[in-house]
Design a protein around this ligand. Structure first.
Ligand SMILES: [Fe+2]
Ligand SMILES: [Fe+2]
Length: 452
């Protein structure tokens, strides 16, 4: 056959068109690859970002909402839900729901013994027992797979129990609108199950999707595990704090009880001796007034703590008399040396009662020395001058003054004027002269007020 110009033109046109079609095809498939590659990359980056954000959230439910939102957004699934295993319980609760037909969180609770959960538990156990990585089966479950099993089982009509189990799994996946169910497990324990619905585009999930979602499920399991750890640490911390508060409150109550008991003891001393009745109250009242002036004159802050200490020591100064026999305490006459020795021991008895009690330790020292004298001739330790604590010097003077003006079993009380004379005479011997001056000044003011 002769090759005409028309033939040559047709051949050229054929090659030109073929080349164009090939080029166009190549261009289109390259674009498609580029788009796919780009979308996989974006998708991968998005999931990586979720993984990073998960580390910062320590509440499992908040974490679940965040994950469901992100998966739903990036995969464009109709619905994404998450079942979370309740901490230290044998059930799973539906905690997050995103997309169409949302399920209210907390509404659905399923027991660990349900076939749907048991399927994952069995698969995780099997996966764990199988050391050969190549033979490991995927742990996720797809709705189409369950559908197929159900059809096969129903066709075979064997093992009704198995049929019922598959039917339950089928119904549960339908209830959760799940096209895929992916367990999130950590250290062979299933901590949650991701329930992902159909894509809104209607497209099927490809291998890439599943790999990314499984990778995300691992990250989520670790985050849930960490969140549970933090929450359990917080709980133990809260319990510890509560226990400390209980102990502190018991200690406070015990201290209040102890204080009341000791004060009751001091009152019972007064009740023992009818002649000393009202002595403690009067001494306490005058002692606090004198204490305020003494501290003021010396330029020392009469703080609440100092006031409390002086008050306690004043109220308890004779508490040791509880250990003095009544025949000595109430003797209607002067005491003999032996009896005086027993009487003088009331300061040491008081110290033995008060010193073991933490709240009365400082007061115990003051009470024990309230019969010391400025010149060192007192008892029990013959302390001298400023060796004697200031509180003691105040109490010693007030106690002696009130003893002088009060009636005793063996004598009548002396007048205030006579008492003033005796105090002046004992200034620098029994009493601190500076405190005597302040006391006399106070007494003078008080008498003037009474006269006025
Ligand atoms: Fe005394
Ligand atoms: Fe006294």
């Amino acid at each position: 056959m002769e090759l005409t110009f028309g033939h040559i033109l047709r051949i050229i046109a054929f090659f030109a068109l073929s080349g164009f079609a090939y080029g166009l095809g190549y261009f289109l498939s390259a674009q498609k690859y580029k788009r796919q590659h780009q979308s996989t990359k974006n998708y991968h980056n998005a999931l990586m970002q979720i993984n990073e954000r998960m580390v910062k959230v320590s509440d499992p439910s908040r974490l679940a909402r965040m994950i469901a939102q992100n998966i739903q957004h990036h995969i464009q699934a109709n619905h994404v839900g998450i079942l979370i295993k309740e901490f230290n319980k044998d059930c799973y609760v539906f905690r997050a729901s995103q997309g169409i037909d949302q399920i209210p969180p907390g509404l659905i609770k399923i027991d660990q013994s349900r076939p749907f959960i048991q399927w994952f538990e069995a698969r995780i156990r099997k996966d764990n027992d199988n050391q050969n990585v190549d033979q490991k089966e995927p742990t996720f479950l797809t709705f189409s797979e369950v559908h197929l099993w159900l059809e096969q089982r129903l066709r075979s009509k064997r093992d009704p129990e198995k049929i019922l189990q598959v039917m339950t799994i089928y119904e549960e996946m339908k209830r959760f609108q799940a096209a895929i169910a992916i367990p999130c497990y950590y250290q062979h324990k299933c901590l949650a199950i991701l329930l992902i619905g159909e894509k809104s585009t209607g497209a099927a999930y490809d291998r890439d999707d599943l790999e990314q979602l499984v990778a995300l499920s691992y990250g989520y399991a670790i985050a849930v595990h960490n969140a549970e750890l933090i929450s359990s640490l917080r709980d133990s911390n809260d319990q510890l704090k509560k226990r400390i508060q209980e102990v502190e409150s018991l200690q406070t109550q015990e201290r209040v009880n102890m204080r009341q008991m000791v004060l009751a003891l001091a009152e019972s001393v007064e009740a023992k001796d009818e002649y000393t009745g009202g002595h403690v109250d009067t001494v306490t009242q005058i002692g606090i007034g004198l204490g305020k002036r003494v501290y003021q004159k010396k330029g020392i802050d009469f703080s609440q703590q100092k006031k409390e200490l002086l008050l306690t020591a004043l109220r308890l100064h004779d508490v040791g008399k509880i250990g003095v026999p009544d025949h000595i305490l109430k003797k209607p006459g002067k005491l003999d040396p032996k009896e005086w020795e027993i009487m003088r021991d009331h300061v040491n008895i008081a110290a033995r009662i008060l010193a073991p009690l933490k709240d009365f330790r400082d007061a115990a020292y003051i009470v024990q020395h309230h019969h010391e004298s400025w010149d060192g001739s007192g008892y029990p330790h013959r302390l001298k001058g400023e060796e004697i604590p200031l509180e003691v010097r105040i109490i010693t003077l007030v106690d002696a003054y009130h003893a002088m003006v009060s009636d005793r079993t063996y004598r009548k009380g002396i007048s205030i004027q006579e008492a003033i004379k005796r105090i002046k005479a004992a200034s620098g011997i029994q009493f601190d002269p500076e405190i005597v001056n302040i006391f006399l000044e106070m007494l003078k003011e008080s008498v003037q007020e009474q006269v006025a």
